[in-house]
Design a protein. Structure first.
Length: 361
């Protein structure tokens, strides 16, 4: 006689089937309700979708522009009485026009001059480097330019050989000169270049007005070029609101290139030069004419004496890697014969160095 199955097993099986059926019904009902709750797109969104554009944002929402790399570029824009730079000079560009550049965080230091680091070896290598021309230039003065005067106080030499573009851009009235200074009254070089037809911008924080135009081609700007932009969120930086990086000035003025950059910034040249290299602004410059000071490390340059000289040398070698060649060097014997506060190495405390970008077009 067959064994009878327990009654509770049959009831459990029926309950399982009933539960599965109820679960399927609930899922179908919820999906149908979701579909009926979707609203039709407005006409503007439908038109945008048909045209292949993104639909406009809904009211009350914010859009944040995102760069192609997925990271937003934050630009600090200071408000206040800035004034225009004068007709035809350099209208300020909107922040959206800023160009992205590859930024390095530090320069590559050159190997030590000797197996055991020493000031003597570093100094001798550095002084030999800045005293030796790397490329010849036959025409380095402005005697041929209209308005030039021999009363210039310093030998600001530019290379005017035919193989480089500066002389051709001067003749075609297309050259541009930026001059960085700190209250220096010697502006004969800038005046001569302006008289030759170059567009000249002199940056000096000591002038009274924000922008002054003298003649047709010469502008003065109450701005100081630095190696960093002031952060408006830091109260101490508000004292330097007229201080900007050269790359920032180029972006705001809408200038793509500088044919000549002249700098006499009283020991700030090392950090400014470092910034130009790290942000690759130096590639936008045709010729550099810098007065460099070696009687002390310079602003925000730290380390012992041998480390400082190695850093100076490494900066200049970075210029060489960027295709700049030293064509003129001038040792100012009217200045104290000091090198890092020492009367040694037969060095002047001040040199004027001129480089040409051999790839400049």
């Amino acid at each position: 006689m067959p064994k009878e199955r327990p009654l509770w097993r049959g009831l459990a099986f029926r309950l399982c089937l009933l539960s599965a059926a109820l679960f399927l019904c609930l899922q179908l009902g919820m999906r149908r309700s979701w579909c009926t709750e979707e609203k039709p797109r407005p006409a503007a969104a439908a038109a945008a979708a048909a045209a292949g554009r993104a639909p406009p944002p809904a009211r009350g929402t914010e859009q944040h522009p995102v760069a192609a790399t997925g990271r937003r570029r934050v630009t600090y824009v200071r408000s206040g009485r800035r004034g225009s730079a004068g007709p035809g000079c350099c209208p300020l560009q909107p922040p959206g026009g800023l160009r992205r550049k590859t930024v390095k965080w530090h320069i590559e230091l050159q190997p030590w001059a000797s197996p055991t680091p020493s000031l003597d070896n570093e100094a001798l290598r550095f002084l030999k480097y800045i005293s030796t021309s790397q490329i010849s230039c036959e025409h380095m003065n402005l005697n041929s330019l209209r308005g030039y005067s021999e009363t210039a106080k310093k030998p600001w030499s530019v290379c005017l050989d035919e193989r480089f573009s500066l002389i051709h851009r001067i003749r075609s009235k297309q050259c541009r000169l930026y001059s960085l200074g700190l209250g220096n009254d010697d502006n004969q070089f800038e005046t001569s270049m302006a008289n030759s037809g170059c567009e000249v911008h002199r940056f000096d924080p000591s002038i009274k007005s924000a922008h002054i135009q003298e003649g047709q081609h010469l502008w003065y700007h109450r701005l100081s070029i630095d190696w960093r932009d002031p952060n408006p969120a830091i109260a101490a930086h508000k004292l330097h609101s007229n201080t900007k990086k050269l790359g920032t000035i180029l972006n705001e003025f809408g200038h793509q290139k500088i044919d000549v950059l002249k700098a006499d910034v009283e020991s700030a040249e090392w950090k400014i030069l470092e910034n130009l290299i790290l942000e690759d602004v130096v590639g936008q410059i045709g010729q550099l004419v810098f007065e460099v000071h070696v009687h002390w490390p310079g602003f925000e340059v730290s380390g012992n004496d041998s480390t400082v000289v190695r850093y100076w040398y490494s900066l200049l070698r970075e210029l060489e890697l960027k295709d700049f060649r030293l064509f003129h060097t001038y040792k100012d014997l009217s200045k104290p014969q000091m090198f890092l506060k020492k009367e040694a190495f037969n060095a002047s405390s001040c040199y004027t160095l001129s480089w040409v970008n051999t790839r400049w077009k």
